[in-house]
Structures are given as C-alpha cells and as structure tokens.
Design a protein around this ligand. Structure first.
Ligand SMILES: Nc1ncnc2c1ncn2[C@@H]1O[C@H](COP(=O)(O)OP(=O)(O)OP(=O)(O)O)[C@@H](O)[C@H]1O
Ligand SMILES: [Mg+2]
Length: 380
C-alpha cells in the first residue's frame, strides 16, 4: 500500500517553526497537490516525506511502515525536482539506468525497464543523446523516466514544470496526470501555481505559513473555500471581496449592506449558525463568473440574480471570455467574467446595470478570516 501518513509534524530550522503541527493522510494511489505561496513550507513537507529533512516532532508512515527515522534510500520513494538534476555527461539511457545499475540490477532487466519507460514517455528516439541536446520538456521527461524505473511506492515531485514555457507546461502537465492515472502510484506534487493544482490534483492541500488551510478536492476548495486565504488564492481572476455589514437576518435570508449597495442573500439550512454576526462587518465574496454584466449572461435561476449599478473601468478580452473591471457602490472594485461577444460594446466610464448571483456568494469574518456561510446549496 502506497499511502502516506503525516501525523502532528513539526519542523524547526533553529528557532523558526516552518511546519506547524501538520497532519495529512494521502491515500493509496492518490494524486495530492501541495499548493501555496513562496516560503509556505511545501518543499520542506515534501523533503520530510522523502527523508531529506528530519522532522523535529511527529510521525511519518509510508504504507504500514514507520519511516520517521528511515534514511531516504530505504523509503521506497522516487523524487522529481524542478531542475531535472540529470548527469550532463551521461546519455539519456544511462541517466535513466543509473539508479538501477547502482543497485546491481542485471543488464537485461535494466534494458527492459529503460525501454518501457522511454516508450511511456515518448523519448525512445533520444536515448543516445546527452541532456544538453534535449529541450526542457524532453529533459523533464527523462527526469520522470528516472523516477518511473524505480518502481517506487510513492512519487514526490517538486515544481517539476516550472522551468518549462507555458505551452510545454500545459502539455507536460497532462502527460504527468495521464501517467499517474495509468500507473496509479501515490503522488505528492508541489506547486505554487493554483491552476496546476486544480487541474492535476485528486485533492489539494492549500498551505500558508506552514499550516494546511484546506484539504479538499479542487471543486470543493473552489466552491466552498474554508477561509479568505483559500478563497483569494484559488481561481483566476480572484474572487471579489466587498466590505459589507449584515443589517438584517431572517430565518431564510440575510440582508447585507455595503457603501452604496445592498443585497438580500438566501440563507440555506447549512448557514443557520449566524445569529452572532448581525450588525457585524463582513466580507462578501463573489467569483467573477457569478456577476453578469449583460442581462443575456444571467444563467440558472433568474430570481437569485440581483441588480447593482456599476461603472465600467477596463474591458480585458481573453479569447472567448472577457474580464470586465467595474466599480460598484462607493468605489468597490470588482471583476466580472463574461462572454466576449456580449460585452464588446462596453466603454470605459459608462454606467451600466450588473447582476450578482446571490445563490453563489460567501460571507467571511474578517477577524477570524473564516468562511461563515455560502449561499450555494450543497454543504461541503
Ligand atoms: N535548510 C533551511 N534552513 C533554514 N530555513 C529553511 C531551510 N529550508 C527552508 N527554510 C525556510 O523554511 C520556509 C519554508 O521553505 P520551503 O522551501 O519549504 O518553502 P516553499 O513553500 O517550497 O517555497 P517556494 O515556493 O519558494 O519553493 C522558508 O521560510 C525557508 O526560508
Ligand atoms: Mg519549494
């Protein structure tokens, strides 16, 4: 079994605690992505699993074995780094075969494994080349090949795509995911790129300051972010936040008022624990796709879309979709996403009516930064 279990892990460098009581159970065969900003502790967590760092406190299990004090080479893991770490003087073949030769595997088996990996990664034509004669994407595939032939229980990948240009990054992203699905090897993948996390992960662990802020499927993290950090980090353009005050609270609705705007929000059964928030300042969160700039962009239940007066600031076409920057109320800046063809006529400075889907908004407590309620129906 290739499950990985971190329990109450603390990691200090000197007096600085960079991993703070982290517990994480990665399931057998799962593709788990650790995602977060620079310095939040992603690589350290991965290096702890690999055994390249030792935990100050806590227990690490791989399968049913306690590996907390086991050296890296005995942990049954294969690691892929950002900079490939290929040997420049060796051919691709020898780079992939290197670890197997070290372990005195017989020649015929090595040959079979290298060729299998090369076929899987589509690099057979390059086996006799040196790394410098390859493109960045091909080099990264060689690095993957080297991990593949190890027959490890767990793959650990630290920003393996960050040296590639945008197009190649997307291609290789798909290849890695396809490969992982085919082989079913438990994979822990580190990235600072939320798009990569969302597209690749079975689940994502969003980290900040050495703490996992939310561990969830990409869909749940997107639809029901646990706190302001996750809400702002996942999704591009980011969720809009507007300062509001809860002015009225009924059994089935909540009225919020911001400077120059008011919205009446449905209050689903999952959001009944709100009594203490009446009269309090909150942040209203709404994603760009739940703001309609033209009436024709109103989707689903019409009754949930409430109008607001807005002023057009910048219109940013991006292929079939366009991002419209607007001001609402007294200078709240927000971004709406729309079909390009429907908003081409909008001019900078013009006044217009927009609609907010009150069936897809969130309220956050600015003090605790926690999400207090979402108006969407399914509870996480
Ligand atoms: N060997 C070390 N000694 C002291 N501090 C360290 C060491 N390694 C990492 N750190 C610190 O621990 C924190 C977490 O580092 P880590 O490399 O895990 O971040 P990261 O999330 O991978 O960031 P990035 O996205 O920039 O790679 C950082 O503040 C870093 O400076
Ligand atoms: Mg890192």
């Amino acid at each position: 079994m290739g499950e990985v279990k971190l329990t109450n892990i603390i990691k200090r460098f000197g007096n600085t605690e960079v991993i703070k009581n982290l517990s994480l159970h990665i399931k057998d065969g799962e593709f788990l992505v650790l995602v977060g900003g620079s310095g939040c502790g992603k690589s350290t967590t991965l290096r702890l699993i690999a055994g390249l760092e030792s935990a100050t406190e806590g227990v690490i299990m791989i399968g049913d074995k306690d590996v907390t004090n086991v050296p890296p080479k005995s942990r049954d893991i294969a690691m892929v780094f950002q900079n490939y770490a290929l040997y420049p003087h060796m051919t691709v073949y020898d780079n992939i075969a290197f670890g197997l030769k070290l372990r005195k595997m017989d020649k015929a088996t090595i040959d079979r494994k290298v060729n299998e990996a090369a076929d899987m990664l589509d690099i057979r034509p390059y086996l006799q080349r040196k790394p410098k004669e390859l493109s960045g994407g091909q080099r990264q595939r060689v690095a993957l090949g080297r991990a593949l032939v190890r027959d490890a229980q767990v793959f650990l990948m630290d920003e393996p795509l960050s040296n590639l240009d945008a197009k190649l990054r997307m291609q290789t992203r798909t290849e890695i995911k396809r490969l992982q699905q085919k082989l079913g090897i438990t994979t822990v993948y580190v990235t600072h790129d939320q798009v990569e996390a969302m597209t690749m992960g079975d689940r994502i662990a969003v980290m900040k300051d050495g703490i996992i802020q939310q561990l969830a499927t990409p869909a749940i993290a997107y639809e029901f972010p646990a706190n302001l950090f996750v809400a702002g980090f996942i999704g591009s353009p980011a969720m809009n936040f507007i300062k509001v005050n809860i002015s009225e609270l009924d059994a089935d609705s909540a009225t919020v008022q911001g400077e120059g705007l008011q919205l009446k929000l449905p209050r689903p059964a999952s959001a009944q624990e709100m009594a203490g928030f009446k009269g309090r300042d909150m942040l209203l969160g709404v994603r760009p796709e739940f703001i309609a700039v033209v009436e024709g962009d109103i989707s689903s239940d019409r009754s949930k879309w409430q109008p607001l007066q807005a002023w057009v600031d910048v219109v940013e076409p991006s292929g079939s979709r366009t991002f419209v920057h607007l001001s609402v109320g007294k200078d709240h800046k927000i971004i709406a996403e729309a079909d390009t063809i429907k908003v081409m006529h909008l001019k900078h400075g013009s006044e217009t009516t927009i609609w907010v889907d009150t069936g897809h908004v969130h309220l956050f407590d600015p003090t605790s930064e926690k999400r207090i309620m979402s108006t969407a129906q399914e509870a996480p």
